[in-house]
Design a protein around this ligand. Structure first.
Ligand code: GLU
Ligand code: ASP
Length: 497
C-alpha cells in the first residue's frame, strides 16, 4: 500500500459524532472500556483465587508468592507493549494488531474460566500478556491518529478515552468480583471473557464506519529481504526459549522465584537500553538529547509512583481481604469491591483537575512539579495505612475507611502524574521514536511492577507499619527532592513545560 499522509487519514475519519469528538472515539472508547473491564475484573479476583484454599475453589499458593506473581504478571502485561508497538509499526498496522490482541485476551480469560488449576493460570497469563501488549498501546495510538496535529480537541479526546478506561475498571469488580467471590472464581473469570467479547464486537461492528483509515496502514513495513531475516531470528529465539523452558522447568532449575528475579532484572535493563539507544541514535538532535536527560528523573519518579499505585491490587487488596471489617450496617462487602475505589475517584476528580490546570493557565505547576506532587500523595497514601495499626494493633480488623482514604490520596497523585506523564512523554521523546512513546510510558509501570515483585514479598501484617512507612517515606522524600531540583530539570527540557 502506498504511504498514506497524515491528512488523508484524518480526513477519512468522520470528525464529529461522539461528544463533539471524531466518531472513531466511540469505537475506541468502548473497545478499551471492555478490555479494561476484563483486565481489572480479573485482577480484582486473581490474588484471592491464587491464595485461597483448595476447598474454597482457590489454588492455595503461598501468600507472598501469590503477591509476587501478581506484580510480575502486571509488569509483563505492560512490558509486552514493546512487542505490540513493533508488530503494529512493521507488520500489521494498529487496527489489526488491536483486533488480534483482543482475541488473545478473550482466549486468556476463557482459559481461566475453566477449572484447570495452575496450568490454566499460566497459559491464561501468557495469552493475556501478549494480547494486552498487542492491544493496549495500539488502541491509544489510534486515538492520536484521528486528530490533525493542530486539532485542539486532542487533549480532551484523550481525557474522554481515559474516562472509558476507568469506567470499565470501576464496574468490573462489582460484576466479575461479586460473581467470583460469592459464587465461583471461574464464573467471575468467565464474565471477564464476555466483557472482552463485547469489546471485540463493538470494535468489529463500528470500525469501518468510524475509524476510516486510522490504524489501517503499516507505517514502516518490513522489506521482503528483511522479513526473512527477522522471521528466522524469531524462529531461532522461539526454539531456544522453548528448549530452555523444556529443560529448566521439569528439572526444577527455573522456579517461580528465579523467573520473577529474571523479570525484575529485565525491568531495569530494558528501559536503560531504550534510553541508551535513543540517546545515541544519529536521528536524535541536541535539543532532543537534552530532553531525554530531563526525562530520566521523570521516568524514575513515575516508577516510584506506579510501584505504590499498583500495590493497590496486591497489598491493599490483601489488606481489604484479611485486615478489614467487611460487615458494616448488616451488609457484607466483598473484598474485590475495593478495587473500584481507584477508578471511582479518578472519574470523580479528573474533570476537577483538568479544570484546575485550565484555570491556572500559565501559573500552573510545571510537569516536574506535578510529578513531585504525584510522589508526595502516593507516599501519603501509604503513610495513612500506618494509622490503623498504630491505633488498634494488627490483630483486630480495621474500618474500611482507611482504604478509602488511601485510594483517595493515591488518585490525587495519579491525576498529577498519569495524564501529565503521557503528554510529557509525547513531547520529550525524540521525533524518530515518536511511535514508541506509548510503549516507553507503559515501561515506567512495567519496571515499577518488576521491582514490586521483589518488594511485595516482604509484607506481613506484623511488619506493616515498617512496610508502609518505609515505602511511603521514600516516595515523599523523592517527591521533595524532585520539587527542589525541578527548575534545573525544566531547563533541560528546552522549552517544553
Ligand atoms: N491505569 C491506567 C490504565 O490501565 C494507566 C496505566 C499506566 O499508564 O501505566 O490504562
Ligand atoms: N486508575 C487506573 C487507570 O487509569 C485504573 C485502576 O487502577 O483501577 O486505568
Amino acid at each position: 500500500m502506498s504511504k498514506l499522509s497524515k491528512e488523508q487519514i484524518v480526513q477519512s475519519v468522520p470528525q464529529r459524532g461522539f461528544f463533539g469528538q471524531p466518531k472513531g472515539l466511540f469505537t475506541l472508547f468502548f473497545t478499551e472500556f471492555w478490555e479494561r473491564f476484563s483486565y481489572y475484573g480479573m485482577r480484582a479476583l486473581l490474588l484471592f483465587y491464587m491464595y485461597d484454599s483448595i476447598a474454597n475453589g482457590g489454588l492455595a499458593i503461598e501468600d507472598s508468592t501469590a503477591r509476587s506473581i501478581m506484580a510480575i504478571y502486571g509488569s509483563l502485561v505492560y512490558m509486552s507493549g514493546i512487542i505490540g508497538g513493533w508488530i503494529a509499526d512493521r507488520l500489521l498496522g494498529t487496527q489489526r494488531t488491536v483486533f488480534y490482541g483482543g482475541v488473545l485476551i478473550m482466549a486468556g480469560h476463557i482459559v481461566l474460566a475453566l477449572p484447570a488449576g495452575v496450568t490454566a493460570l499460566f497459559i491464561s497469563m501468557f495469552l493475556i500478556i501478549i494480547g494486552t501488549g498487542l492491544l493496549k498501546p495500539n488502541v491509544s495510538n489510534v486515538v492520536g491518529d484521528m486528530y490533525s496535529p493542530q486539532d485542539m480537541r486532542r487533549d480532551s479526546g484523550f481525557s474522554i478515552f481515559y474516562m472509558g478506561i476507568n469506567m470499565g475498571a470501576f464496574i468490573a469488580p462489582f460484576i466479575v468480583g461479586t460473581l467470583g467471590q460469592k459464587y465461583n472464581y471461574h464464573l467471575g473469570f468467565g464474565t471477564a471473557a464476555i466483557g472482552m467479547f463485547l469489546g471485540l464486537i463493538v470494535f468489529l461492528a463500528t470500525r469501518k464506519k468510524n475509524l476510516g483509515l486510522a490504524g489501517t496502514y503499516v507505517p514502516n513495513p518490513l522489506e521482503d529481504g528483511e522479513k526473512k531475516v527477522v522471521f528466522t531470528r524469531f524462529a531461532i529465539a522461539g526454539v531456544i526459549i522453548a528448549v530452555l523452558a523444556a529443560i529448566t522447568i521439569p528439572t526444577g532449575i527455573l522456579t517461580i522465584n528465579r523467573f520473577t528475579f529474571l523479570v525484575s532484572i529485565l525491568g531495569i535493563v530494558i528501559p536503560t537500553l531504550y534510553f541508551i539507544v535513543m540517546y545515541r541514535s544519529p536521528k536524535t538532535n541536541e535539543d532532543e538529547k537534552s530532553r531525554l536527560l530531563a526525562y530520566i528523573p521523570l521516568f524514575i519518579a513515575a516508577m516510584m509512583f506506579w510501584a505504590i499505585q499498583e500495590q493497590g491490587s496486591i497489598i491493599l487488596a490483601e489488606y481489604a481481604d484479611k485486615r478489614t471489617a467487611l460487615h458494616i450496617f448488616g451488609f457484607k462487602l466483598e473484598s474485590s469491591w475495593f478495587q473500584s475505589l481507584n477508578p471511582l475517584f479518578i472519574i470523580a476528580l479528573a474533570p476537577l483537575f483538568a479544570g484546575l490546570w485550565v484555570k491556572l493557565g500559565d501559573r500552573q505547576p510545571t510537569t516536574t512539579r506535578k510529578f513531585s506532587f504525584g510522589l508526595v500523595f502516593a507516599g501519603l497514601s501509604f503513610l495513612v495505612m500506618i494509622i490503623p495499626s498504630v491505633l488498634n494493633g494488627t490483630e483486630t480488623l480495621v474500618s474500611p475507611i482507611w482504604l478509602v482514604l488511601s485510594f483517595f490520596l493515591v488518585v490525587v497523585g495519579e491525576l498529577c502524574l498519569s495524564p501529565v506523564g503521557l503528554s510529557a512523554t509525547t513531547k520529550l521523546a525524540p521525533a524518530a521514536f515518536s511511535a514508541q512513546t506509548m510503549s516507553l510510558w507503559f515501561l515506567s509501570n512495567a519496571s515499577a511492577q518488576a521491582i514490586n515483585a521483589q518488594i511485595v514479598k516482604l509484607y506481613t501484617p506484623e511488619t506493616e507499619i515498617i512496610y508502609f512507612g518505609v515505602i511511603g517515606g521514600i516516595s515523599i522524600l523523592l517527591g521533595i527532592l524532585l520539587f527542589t531540583v525541578a527548575p534545573k530539570i525544566q531547563g533541560f527540557m528546552r522549552g517544553v513545560r
